[in-house]
Design a protein around this ligand. Structure first.
Ligand code: SPV
Ligand code: MN
Length: 618
């Protein structure tokens, strides 16, 4: 580290934080990446305004017609998380199993440090401090982000709590996460050029993540899915949980508020569930969950949304719709921008404009890409980023340092033929195993590859695991021990279809499932026991459909939706068992036992009632 740099004015802002590890880390990467300029962002409005302005000045964002709205584009082939080049760095001899994507630590560190050398020449480096989870809390994890992208820095301002003051407060005791990101060389559209050198390497031994030659938020916003891998590892060591979960408050009778967390793979309705009309949102993506005095408490790691915009419309998503049309601070990414600087996306109200500008450059209806595929007006993974405070339905406990008390945990995937729309598990282990650890989701037209292929995704956390699957499932099982009051575990399925391939539910029906679950948490409704869990009684749903949606719910609908499909359930058990047998060498024994018990219950019921069992028979 040349002396001149250490004594530079910006470094004084760093030395206000009494933490030598932090100072050494920053010095090392300033030296290696070699930016022309360094900007250290404190929590002041002035500093944050500088980041906002930089994003416009650098051309990473452009202003839109509505005040506060900006648009950012990622390269045409940089529109989603790069699973292939995202690796956990593991020392020799460490085995996380075949499902977790790893790379030799020494080799990975050597490669990434070569890529980072001089990568910021001619650029400005932003050094930014944040806090994962609420500040001044047992949940807080301070983080430092180094990035040469003002878009990334700006996004993080919207998504995370400020951390400079928190770093000063924690001083040398801070156990922080570190992120180094460079978007690399940009082309004339200000998008990353060297995608062949796109890398996301997670060094869990050093709580550091490196990300290069990419801009897409899931690869670059260090505190999101990159920090999640570090936190999963830390949580596994310390006996708490880092989950890919929303947190929401469901409003029950007599002004009662009951909090739920919920895990859903991408494109399975997670954000729209978190934003359910009439309920309150704490978070839509990542939760830290801890035990406190025998209770389960959860916080939103974030304070903003990086949400999928495809399909957002005024009827199904009134609160998102409203927020997206007000003069709030919003970064749109990879949507269509028209000549008058308005935005459009797939599934928005109204007609698609004939032309405009999108992630492919100048766009017109029918445009094809270099592989001959038609380009839609926006990318299916196009997103919006805003601070939760712009929402009317924000839960007042967002920043509570003690988190919220968790009454129920929900797991849901895209499942056309197996699980009923809502079902409670018999107990903690049954829920963790048959609902969380058995979660699968079918691919959609919006994801790459074939449609309708089931992907195994335990707790919807597979992409983010930094411990083996077996260990992760064991941590979830262990978490249920020594609790005075266990949250109930449920599965939901918004995507069940009938024999003709038609969805058996409307989008809004999910409101009723959550009201039913809320009543179950307080034991205020009864249930029907099935071989796979506990389902609602018709009378209760009939009443709730009337109360919540003013809908007449028929016995035929109930019968169709809640029929237990034995062959499909048995096939699922076979699939899941095979995965755990062949791909997860450290599967806890109880996983097989609980799956076998479920199989036996299903077989017994099949003998008595046949393949498809109406809930009226049970
Ligand atoms: C998801 O895909 O689960 C997201 C977006 O929340 S990303 O930041 O890409 O992970
Ligand atoms: Mn997510």
């Amino acid at each position: 580290m040349p002396e001149g740099r250490q004594t530079a004015a910006w470094f004084n802002k760093v030395t206000q934080i009494d933490n030598s590890e932090l100072q050494q880390f920053i010095a090392k990467y300033v030296e290696l990446c070699n930016p022309d300029k360094v900007f250290v962002c404190s929590d002041s409005d002035e500093d944050i305004e500088y980041i906002r302005e930089s994003a416009i000045r650098n051309g990473e964002e452009s202003k839109l017609a509505i005040d506060g709205h900006t648009i950012h584009f990622d390269a045409y082939y940089d529109q989603a998380r790069d699973r292939e080049h995202t690796n956990i760095l593991v020392p020799k001899g460490v085995d996380l199993g075949s499902a977790v994507s790893t790379k030799d630590r020494d080799e990975g560190l050597r490669e990434i440090h070569e890529i980072l050398k001089d990568i910021m020449k001619g650029k400005e480096l932003y050094i930014h401090f944040f806090c994962l989870g609420p500040t001044k809390s047992e949940f807080s994890i301070p983080c430092v982000q180094l990035t040469d992208s003002s878009y990334v820095a700006h996004s993080e301002d919207l998504l995370y709590r400020p951390g400079y003051t928190e770093f000063v407060r924690q001083g040398s005791s801070a156990r922080f996460f570190k992120f180094v990101h460079s978007q690399g060389e940009l082309d004339e559209r200000k998008v990353s050029k060297n995608l062949d050198k796109r890398r996301v390497y997670i060094d869990i031994d050093n709580d550091t993540v490196y990300s290069t030659n990419t801009q897409y938020g899931g690869n670059t916003i260090g505190l999101k899915k990159l920090a999640m891998r570090l936190a999963i590892n830390r949580a596994a060591k310390e006996g708490w949980l880092t989950e890919h979960m929303l947190i929401m408050g469901i409003h029950g009778p007599r002004n009662r508020l009951t909090y739920f967390t919920g895990a859903f793979p991408s494109l399975c309705g997670k954000t729209s569930t978190a934003m359910l009309d009439g309920e309150t949102i704490v978070g839509d993506d990542i939760a830290y969950i801890r035990k406190k005095n025998g209770e389960v408490r959860a916080v939103n790691v974030e304070k903003g949304l990086f949400g999928i915009i495809m399909g957002v419309n005024s009827k199904d998503d009134p609160s998102q719709w409203k927020a997206l049309h007000n003069p709030n601070e919003i970064i749109f990414s990879n949507v269509l921008v028209t000549e008058d600087k308005h935005v459009h996306w797939i599934g928005k109200d109204g007609n698609t404009p004939h032309r405009g500008y999108n992630h492919s450059g100048e766009w017109f209806i029918g445009k094809k890409d270099d592989r001959g595929r038609e380009i839609q007006c926006s990318h299916p993974n196009a997103r919006f980023t805003f601070d939760l405070k712009v929402l009317d339905n924000l839960d007042p406990k967002l920043d509570d340092p003690f988190g919220v008390l968790v009454g129920g945990i929900v797991y849901g995937g895209r499942d056309s033929d197996t699980y009923v729309p809502v079902e409670e598990s018999f107990d903690w282990a049954h829920g963790i195993i048959t609902k969380g650890a058995s979660l699968e989701s079918e691919s959609t037209a919006a994801t790459l590859g074939k449609e309708g292929v089931r992907e195994f995704n335990p707790m919807s956390n597979l992409d983010f695991l930094s411990v083996s699957i077996g260990k992760y499932v064991q941590c979830n099982l262990d978490f249920g021990k020594d609790l005075n009051k266990l949250p109930l575990i449920f599965s939901v399925n918004y995507f069940l279809k009938d024999r003709e391939g038609k969805f058996v539910n409307e989008k809004t029906d999910k409101k009723v499932w959550y009201k039913w679950m809320e009543l179950r948490v307080h034991n205020e409704v009864d249930f029907i026991e099935t071989p796979t869990g506990r389902i609602p009684k018709y009378e209760d749903l009939e009443r709730l459909f009337k109360e919540v949606l003013n809908k007449d719910y028929t016995q035929e609908e109930f019968d169709k939706q809640f029929t237990i499909r034995i062959p499909e359930n048995l096939a699922k058990i076979d699939r899941i068992k095979r995965i755990y047998e062949t791909q997860v060498s450290d599967t806890p024994k109880i996983v097989f036992e609980v799956l076998d018990e479920q199989r036996q219950r299903l077989n017994r019921a099949r003998k008595k009632y046949g393949d498809y069992i109406s809930p009226y028979k049970l």
